[in-house]
Ligand binder design. Sequence first.
Ligand SMILES: NC(=O)C1=CN([C@@H]2O[C@H](COP(=O)(O)OP(=O)(O)OC[C@H]3O[C@@H](n4cnc5c(N)ncnc54)[C@H](OP(=O)(O)O)[C@@H]3O)[C@@H](O)[C@H]2O)C=CC1
Length: 628
Amino acid sequence: MENVCIIGAGWSGLASCQVLHERGIAFDCYEAGSEVGGNWRYGNDNGMSSGYRSLHINTSRKLSEYRAYPMPADYPDYPDHARIARYLDDYVDHFGFRDAISFRTLVTHVEPAEGGGWDVTSRQRDTGEETTRRYGSVLVANGHHWDPRDPEPAFPGADTFTGTQTHSHHYRTPEEYAGKRVLVLGFGNSASDIAVETSAVSERTFLSVRSGGYVFPKYMFGKPGDDMISPFITRVMPRETQRWVMAALLRMSIGKVTDFGLPKPTAKLFNSHPTVSETLLPRLGHGGITVKPNIERFDGGTVHFTDGSSEEIDAVVYSTGYKVSFPFLDASVMAPTDNDVSLFHRVADPHHDGLYFVGLFQPLGATTVLAEAQSHWIADLLQGRAALPPKEAMLREITRYKEKLAKRYVTSKRHTMQVDHYPYLAELRGARREGARLARRALRKGLAPVAPPEEVTVRIAASPETVWDLVSDVTRMGDWSPECRRCAWRGEERGVGARFTGHNRRGRVRWVTSNTVEEWERGRAFAFHTTTNGVRWGYRMEPDGAGGTLLTERWDVTGQNTGQRKRTASFAKMMLGGYENHTEELRQGIHTTLERVKAAAELQERQAPVELRQGARAAAPVDVETAA
Ligand SMILES: NC(=O)C1=CN([C@@H]2O[C@H](COP(=O)(O)OP(=O)(O)OC[C@H]3O[C@@H](n4cnc5c(N)ncnc54)[C@H](OP(=O)(O)O)[C@@H]3O)[C@@H](O)[C@H]2O)C=CC1
């Protein structure tokens, strides 16, 4: 059974896939589209990409490549969407985790499971089949530039407008604006790119700007502009000095934005999300684009602006940004209002164990590298190499972050999750160090460590169906396991979701567990979740190529929440001779279980009428391998 779920195979989700794959953590990734790449897949059939035909990345290749996988050396400084999508495909195939991604599968619901973990429901787009699987942890990487935010509230008279009104999310190419009078609203990167494009074909293009800001060129002194910022500079140079130096460089290289008819920036440099464009200022200079203030109201085909001027307009493109939304999470779990989310170091939900968010930030820098760093921290947490601090400490960090944000940035729905590239990387390194310290302290206090899942495989000279019939009959579990005395089904149900009770004994200590079946596929898999302590047990059968079966038993504690870990550790300490000791007994118990299943299955196969045997041949006498 896969224990970690990743939602989304855009470049943030892929960073998590790669890191978890590299660290040996099993996961399932769900992707609504047929291909990886999210926004960078032009015309993505997941229906969520905002990418337009001319889209080029606005951070440089060097800054934007994953640390684990460089972009091809022959790529230009600022690759277009097609090259980025190809790079993402190569990344997946280079590391070999494509099989872990379920394409055309939309996650429809994620909810906390009884006893810990998360129930994830997904729908296969072709068959409509819905599946619910339980995971110890969920990594949400569904992106935050796909759910368009129209002006809120709508401008007065917008419903009387006789032209077209479109959000930039739906903009693809400029052709439909040929010969028209176009109004682009906003001053972010979408507005800037779209206004430049439509201005080449339209009769007139107007750019309506509510808040003035700086425009950063893609190149400075012949080099990509982000080459100017290095970890060294951000460490040694106070932000005020960086600001002063960059303002001077901008002034020298491109002049003041007001010289191009744009309004004066409403915030200091670096205190609002930057608009990056090599072409906007020249288009303004050529008179191809006319700057207007905000819209005041619509009236038929006329748009009135806040300075009292008005223009006849045929088409409006609202480039007014995006909503942060998680359609699969109930409002009781996470409901961001006005893009406001509360996450410890922008990753961990302090209110829900095992719920992490990847790429949910607005970087002054590159998403890839930051998502990669976030994923390494999450992997530490999943493997028990790091722990989170108490909830109160996480909430304090979030408050401090929001206070800093409020001091620095203009209050706006687009400035709720800003991070600076190198300082945020340093922050994540700090979170990992602190997490490791907390994990060591928990160990010293006798808390159960979260070990990576253990798997043991045995070769059995019997068919996968014979083996499955034995291990999935929980009433026989007492025959195999040294610790389990007996198990009994609760109710008539068999299959995923069926429940059973386990009765265990070690010496004079007896205890009872509740279990729910999570995988039930004859001849392939049987797995269950012990809801009492968050441990997951699974059996996987694979043909061994000689008519027999490779049976793998898996023991997975990574889905335990903190409460379950504490209870497990103290129960083991008080009643079972200590956590480490008991864990070792369980490990040995897996070998014993597999030996006993093997003996029973081979006996059954030998005794079965010849015609019922499925070609099982003699297997190696005792052939047990430990894989973890
Ligand atoms: N090439 C690339 O790599 C590209 C990257 N992007 C990225 O995608 C993200 C989204 O960018 P974008 O789509 O431009 O959205 P943004 O949120 O960055 O910008 C939205 C703009 O719309 C304005 N706005 C919002 N609501 C209103 C309103 N009711 N009336 C008037 N103005 C309004 C905002 O003004 P205010 O500031 O006052 O709120 C702001 O100027 C950003 O991270 C951007 O960098 C986008 C395009 C290309």
